[in-house]
Unconditional design. Structure first.
Length: 189
């Protein structure tokens, strides 16, 4: 009986995406992780929490899908309190002036690994186009809220200098390329 239930669940999961649907981020299970080179010898990792995102997903006409997200930049956490405090200053994110980063999609298309989402990222008061490579998991019903949940993982690399972040630090001290990994758990509305 348990196998029959599991088989039915696996067969039904793609049907949850087979229609036009709206999803919102589960902030408790979503984050933006970053990796940046330090002194050209090691990587430093950090994360942002407090993600608010909405996804309009159209399986039949994927180009009609869209994503918008807001990230609380003041939630930066590298596991090192003094560094986190410094990152919030005008030397880096200047969270007093630029407390949020936003992403708004401009195009969604299928790709070999899942989806390619193009859009505008606004960070530190600067807006630049970015492309996200996105993979998604089949929706499952949560035993907690009995709603469908799905995972979206997106990656991209941005230039910190292009966004005016940490510009007084040369690349030999702090790398310019910042790898972003977005882990988003979304709930079907």
């Amino acid at each position: 009986m348990k196998r029959l239930f599991l088989a039915a669940l696996l067969l039904a999961a793609p049907l949850a995406f087979a229609q036009e649907s709206n999803w919102t981020a589960d902030s408790a299970h979503s984050e933006v992780d970053f990796t940046i080179r330090h002194l050209s010898i090691s990587n430093v990792h950090g994360r942002f929490g407090n993600i608010k995102a909405t996804i309009h997903y159209n399986e039949a006409e994927i180009g009609k899908s869209s994503v918008s997200a807001t990230i609380d930049v003041a939630s930066v956490n590298t596991g090192e309190g003094a560094r986190d405090t410094h990152l919030k200053t005008p030397d880096f994110f200047d969270t007093a002036s630029f407390g949020a980063a936003t992403f708004t999609s401009t195009a969604v298309a299928r790709s070999a690994g899942g989806l390619k989402v193009s859009g505008n990222l606004t960070l530190h008061g600067v807006t630049k186009p970015v492309e996200l490579e996105v993979s998604l998991s089949a929706p499952v019903e949560s035993p907690m809220d009995h709603k469908l949940h799905s995972g979206f993982e997106a990656t991209t690399t941005i230039s910190r200098a292009a966004f005016g972040i940490g510009t007084k630090f040369p690349e030999a001290i702090l790398g310019d390329a910042v790898k972003l990994t977005i882990e988003l758990e979304a709930v079907k509305q």
